[in-house]
Design a protein. Sequence first.
Length: 530
Amino acid sequence: MAEPTIPPFETTALDAIPKIASTARGVFRTHKTKNLQWRKVQLRKLYWALHDYEPQLLAALKADLRKSAFEALLSEVDWLKKDCMFMLEHLDTFARDEKLRAPHVPAHYSILNFRIRKDPLGTVLIIGPYNYPVQLLLAPLVGAIGAGCTAVLKPSELTPHCAMVIKQMIEDRLDRDAFAVVNGAIPETNALMAEKWDKIFFTGSAAVGSIIARKAAETLTPVVLELGGKNPAFITKHANLALAARRLMWGKTMNAGQICMSHNYVLIEKDLVPMFIECLKQAYRDMFPEGAQKSPDLARIVNQRHFQRLKKMLDNTRGKIVMGGAMDEKDLYIEPTAVLVDSVNDPMMTEESFGPIFSIYPVHSLDEALNVANLVHRTPLSLMAFGSKKENERILNEMTSGGATLNDAYFHGAVNTVPFGGVGDSGWGAYRGKASFDCFTHFRTVAETPGWADGLLAVRYMPFDMKRLRLLNKLVDKKPNFDRNGKVVKGVGYWIGLALGLGAKGVKGALLRWAVVVLAHYLYKVRAGK
Ligand code: NAD
């Protein structure tokens, strides 16, 4: 079959951008996006657009990243179709008002009919990166449509074929005024940032994320930042080394390692290093029997600049390459490569790899591994732990990260319905699944006081009556069951309850309560002389 033709990359005229933004804002003000049926129609149209544009999207992903059709479907086109289906299936439930009851509302305020309305935030800007140029731009859009927002999208200019297909597809199939695509690089993004948005959803590097957040702060615009990180993988002596090696190889070869969640470095107990390297090499041979460059499955580095960035990391390392190391600039190919290092200052440890290369850092103990990881990056986007249950829990406890996977590579971010996001400087906010809807929604608390209830709430009116306030507090406020040192104080009520078998929980409580009933029944019979 002939490859579909993709129009050459064209940037959006700078002077057209204010009009695009104001049109999207204008559509939001018509309130038509608040209609659930309208949102569903847009989601259904997006689903079919993805279906119908599949050949163009696959061709574009191949042209930009040499992404295989398998990967392109799994992690971009089919992923998004699943997103549409999930949102369509659950939208009524997500969008429904939530009644607020006890314990959120104290009993004496229950007449106020508290509820939470799910209001769309408004008009949002979505800025995408190059590595998953379709998924990471359109998955937030699914959330925005579901929530009832209008949106302007800015794809990465580093994947120009994808950017053009996305523009064509969105403008061809969705409401043209409510959803638009602006193509371009820094000047176009700056022009977009000069507009007022109700939220900016940015996926990309921490450096650009901080530019976006700074600009957004000028207009108090909320931002979601989906950034990167130097992600650790921990391997202890309790790990299955062959399994860990195979799964980590998978993590570093999907999309040629251009994955924000993949491991930057492996912290492994010293004695295990030789065996782990052997396992890695075996996994490599299993995955690439003809060698990685000949494999039709391995994607390529996006461009010369990123190729050079990765090459520089390998050129400047003081570590020893223990697997891979080959490169071919014309083919933008970098072999899956592992480097044994012994310093946290090595470029393989200090820079985000975002490619098929990673370092192995031997440690003496889990204590040392945790120290190193916290030193390299205190709040990475993800963390992977291959240890015993107890060790894995300890790692989770003593090292923070946006998400974590135990006994595998980044599965916490590989399922489209599970919330995903960073922490600290690896990102703010989360999306995917219900979180995508929530991300573009304002949770508006609404109270509704019935007219007849005025008498009940009269204490609030002037002239104030201190006595009534005190009496009311006495009636409704709970007494603290703790002292000034923060210790729980067990009052008389607790001891009486416990004596009667009412304080105890579980089977013990049930038995005690049963014993109290039997005793009461017995006493009653004795008193009644039966
Ligand atoms: P990038 O930050 O260079 O670019 C992202 C977007 O910002 C692009 O659309 C680009 O046009 C725009 N941009 C670039 N420079 C800009 C500037 N000075 N001012 C305004 N806009 C600008 O990121 P990238 O190279 O496309 O992607 C790689 C990075 O993204 C890595 O750090 C990776 O970890 C991160 N990432 C994070 C996630 C996540 O979900 N957390 C996913 C993918 C990638």
